[in-house]
Design a protein around this ligand. Sequence first.
Ligand SMILES: NC(=O)c1ccc[n+]([C@@H]2O[C@H](COP(=O)([O-])OP(=O)(O)OC[C@H]3O[C@@H](n4cnc5c(N)ncnc54)[C@H](OP(=O)(O)O)[C@@H]3O)[C@@H](O)[C@H]2O)c1
Length: 349
Amino acid sequence: MYRVVQWSTGNVGRRSLRAIVGHPELELVGLYAHGEDKRGRDAGELAGIGATGVRATGDVEELLGLGADCLCFNGLFSDTELLARFLESGTNVVTTAAFLTANHLPPGERERLVEAAGRGGASLFGSGINPGFMDMITAALTGVCERVHSLRMTENVDCSSYASPGTWEHLGWGRPLGQQRIDPSSNAMTGSFYDGLDLIAGVLGVELEDYANETEFALATRDLDLGWMAFPKGTVAGQRTTFAGIFDGRRVIELGVVWTMADDLEPQWPGTRGYSIEIDGEPGVRASVEIRPSAVDGVALESDHMDLVMVATALPAVHAIPHVCRARPGIVGYRDLPLFGAAQSLSGG
Ligand SMILES: NC(=O)c1ccc[n+]([C@@H]2O[C@H](COP(=O)([O-])OP(=O)(O)OC[C@H]3O[C@@H](n4cnc5c(N)ncnc54)[C@H](OP(=O)(O)O)[C@@H]3O)[C@@H](O)[C@H]2O)c1
């Protein structure tokens, strides 16, 4: 059994916690809570499952002192110094916040993590569904190609039930045009999309020469009050961004996101919801991935589409835990770990 500390019980963290408690190789030993109202409460109560005997705390020293095998970090913002402290204490880290390669962190932060991991003999792995898992899937699909000319993966999601005000406020949504942050130098959340470009380029055996991004914003055409956040008429409530990787003077990899809070924004962008992959090559490959509710009675734990996207964000990191605990020290990615999936999770029905 690997002993795990869970960091936070937000949209992603609640799903991680539930999966950790239900995982036959993992034992929950500690839980961090940022919110004062969560501290002292049982982890099971915060995750909507039965009591675990583990109570949430805001005491980082107490959590470090547990000497856990792994920290599962699902805080709103990544925190290099915090992750480095866990790594140098010998605790491996998996995270959904901002990590794949750490190539696009602010200066010095990658080095700090690598040094800490080396000192503690620990490893760090970061992936959600996107960035993360979908980059890996896109890269893997090139495995049937004799030649690859270019490829594109696009995430198109209705985010109206992604109740993460911190995320949208950080991106500058709900405010008039001109106050948004997309450049990775000013936006901690977009750097890992560039890491996704690097991951795919690495599988193709090349190093990208340059990067580009283009972003358009869509505005609310009426006052949108989603209960968890308001997007007044005329403010940003949608975004379409393409992150591009350039090789040999050409845009060879494009990673796109289309995120919207309503269907009647201005402008409206055409496209199919879900994840679509287009590889132009010999042969070309087209694939789509849809996150959807289970049709089988007794399997479904959740049914709302965005709730299931949150499950799909949490699980790549949770499933990685045993492998990350056995990996070489340092920052590790999909290419450093064995092929892994939902081990021992087959359910009845
Ligand atoms: N790669 C992907 O596919 C993907 C997809 C979605 C999200 N993510 C990332 O996963 C992480 C978690 O996302 P989420 O949707 O779970 O986020 P969230 O629910 O909005 O926030 C996560 C937790 O952060 C803490 N928090 C809230 N406001 C805070 C503030 N102002 N300052 C510091 N901490 C605050 C709370 O912790 P407590 O619970 O401890 O009170 C909250 O539960 C984020 O880094 C997000 O960017 C990745």
